[in-house]
Each structure stands twice: as C-alpha cells, then as structure tokens.
Design a protein around this ligand. Structure first.
Ligand SMILES: NC(=O)c1ccc[n+]([C@@H]2O[C@H](COP(=O)([O-])OP(=O)(O)OC[C@H]3O[C@@H](n4cnc5c(N)ncnc54)[C@H](OP(=O)(O)O)[C@@H]3O)[C@@H](O)[C@H]2O)c1
Length: 319
C-alpha cells in the first residue's frame, strides 16, 4: 500500500510517498481503508523529533492520527462491525503506536472506533475526531463540568482545531462559553455561538476576569493555572493539553488552593465516539480551514505549524 512517510526524524519536506506492506488484522482488530484524515500538531512534533514519545520509532515513520474510512477485513473475535461499514476514530498517541493514517490502510481495535453516520462526509468525521474527543474529555471528565445550572467555560486557542471544537462541544454539554483567541479565531468563536470573545492580542489575558468559570480549558496550552486561579470558581478546574514542569509545580500548589489543575490525555473510547457521531449527525459545527490531498501533507504541516487551524486530508484519492 501507499503511505506518506519520513525515513527518520528531520525536516517535514523530506516526507515522501513510499510502499509499505498491507497490514493484517489480529484478534479484536479490523482493517480500515482510509478515505480521509486530518492534520494535528502531533504529526509535525513527531517528524521533527521534538516529541518523539508521541509515536513508535519504527522506520519509515508514518504519522497521521485521525481517520475515517471503510472496514475491508476483520480479525477473529470482532463484534459490532463488519466489512463494508464506514467507521471513524483515531490512532493512539504513544510509543506503542507504529502506524499512521497518511496511509491507504490501517489497523484499528474494534472497541476504539464507531460507525460514521451516512450523512456525515468522511472529511468532516476525520476533522472532528481527535479534536472533538480531546475537548469532550477535557471539559466533561478532567474539568468535571457541572451537569446542571448553565456552567461557564472559558476556552483558549480558538482558531486551532481543539479550541474551535471545544466551543461547540462545551455548548452541547450545556455550558456558556467565553472564547480567547486572535484573528480568524475570533470570527470562528462568534459563528460557533460563544457568548463572549476576548482578543488576546488586544487585551491582557486573563486580565481582571472575576471568579466566574467552572472550567478554563487552555486548548492552546499557552498559560498556567496560577494565572487563571483568580478567574476560577471555588472547585473550578484549569485543564491544559500539554504536560510540562510548570504543570507539575501548579498541580502541587493547587492541592492547597480552592481550585484544581488537570491535563487531558485523549483516549479513543467507543462510547465517546458514538456521542460525537450523534452530534455530527445533528449538525455539530466543525471548523475546517481547508482540505488537501495526502500528497500535500508536508506543506500542510508547515502551514499548521505556522498558523494553527484544522486541515482535513483526502487520503483514498490523494496520493
Ligand atoms: N493532550 C492531548 O490529548 C492532546 C490532544 C490533541 C491535541 N493536543 C495538543 O493541543 C494543542 C492544540 O492543538 P490544536 O490542534 O488546536 O493546535 P493548533 O491547530 O495548532 O492551534 C493552536 C492555537 O493556539 C493558539 N495559540 C498559539 N500560540 C499562542 C500563544 N502564544 N498564546 C495563546 N494562544 C496561542 C492559536 O489560536 P488563537 O490565535 O485563536 O489564540 C492557535 O491556533 C497542541 O499543542 C496539541 O499538540 C493535545
């Protein structure tokens, strides 16, 4: 099969199309013919070698995490999916994952995918999947968003894939959203229905925001809990997307304070994917900046690195 791969860590431009063996599913696994994927910062962080731990080290390095496609083979003990089903999901981040979605096919565990609704195009499903589950698990689970009483959520990085999706997801969870972003992100936030929008390039953030938020979701991972603690309600939670030494220090300090600090590590859970599928079927707004063929992934990753935003990838007809 064809894949877009790098021979080793290095410049994005060295990624190229090569041939790789077609993988075979083992017990509990299915093979998915990938129709669409999407770009994530993890793709360039792995290829450039700045976050090698996000992926296995087998050469050639094939990255790409989000996928939407069609099951074409199943291993033993697979339940709930059959050849011909359209499914979507994402490959796990971590050193044990040796595969990527910038490939004609990949292997997925049958309990880590969900059926794609027929009315949702593959590109939209792929563009929503990591970002949607990261936002859901960050706000609902790590953030412990109250289930009632119109909770307040603040989201950063709203021109990015995770931040923009978090605006839509937080509202589906019943929250009122304040968005922090810049440029194009401010328009996205207004279109997605944020109740308040803060331009981080014109106003100091967090500035003088009062203790009004149940959850501050720092999708951009650009701030620290200690900066936001004054804006959190008692028992409110600051959630970041990247672990760091500063995060560990804040975690300890928060133990003596009235608010929490947490880190989201997204997991591909079928129950969450089914919830996302139902939202997508119901019109969940997915903010996609552009769609590129898979052969243009190196240039697309360069653009993502420079500016952020969601870029969908056509894989099946994109080599
Ligand atoms: N832990 C996990 O499980 C997990 C899962 C998925 C992604 N992630 C991580 O989450 C982060 C966001 O992902 P993404 O896909 O949304 O990335 P992205 O598309 O690159 O967006 C990042 C956004 O952050 C904002 N930003 C950039 N520099 C900033 C700064 N100096 N100060 C404040 N805001 C800044 C920008 O939005 P504005 O200009 O609108 O502010 C930018 O669009 C990445 O680091 C990614 O690796 C983690």
């Amino acid at each position: 099969m064809k894949v877009i791969a790098a021979a080793g860590y290095g410049p994005l431009e060295r990624m190229a199309q090569v041939e790789a063996p077609l993988p075979e599913p083992a017990g509990g696994e299915v093979r998915v013919r990938v129709v669409a994927s999407a770009l994530n910062p993890a793709d360039y962080k792995v290829i450039l070698g700045t976050m090698k731990f996000l992926h296995g080290r087998r050469r050639p390095l094939v990255v790409g995490y989000d996928f939407s496609g069609t099951v074409d083979a199943i291993g033993p003990a697979v339940t709930g999916v059959a050849p011909g089903d359209d499914v979507f999901g994402f490959l796990p981040y971590g050193p044990f994952n040796q595969q990527g979605a910038f490939a004609e096919a990949l292997i997925a565990k049958c309990d880590a995918i969900a059926k794609k609704p027929a009315s949702v195009p593959h590109e939209r499903a792929a563009a929503a999947v990591t970002t949607g589950l990261t936002a859901l698990q960050a706000i609902r689970d790590v953030g412990q968003l109250p289930a009632t009483g119109r909770p307040q959520v603040l989201v950063t990085g709203v021109s990015g894939g995770v931040g923009s999706m978090a605006i839509a997801v937080a509202q589906r969870l019943g929250a009122t959203v304040t968005a922090v972003g810049s440029g194009r992100g401010l328009e996205i936030a207004r279109r997605l229905g944020a109740a308040a929008v803060i331009d981080r390039t014109k106003q100091s953030v967090p500035g003088h925001l009062s203790a009004q938020f149940d959850v501050v979701f720092d999708a951009a991972a650009a701030y620290r809990w200690r900066e936001w603690r004054g804006a959190l309600k008692p028992n409110g939670t600051y959630v970041t997307t990247l672990p760091s030494l500063a995060f560990v220090v804040d975690k300890f300090r928060s133990l003596l304070a009235g608010s929490r600090v947490g880190f989201v590590n997204v997991k591909s859970r079928a129950t969450d994917l089914r919830l996302l599928a139902s939202w997508l079927e119901d019109g969940l707004d997915v903010s996609v900046l552009s769609t590129i063929p898979v052969r243009e992934v190196p240039a697309g990753l360069r653009r993502l690195k420079e500016g952020g935003g969601r870029i969908a990838v056509r894989v099946a007809d994109g080599f």
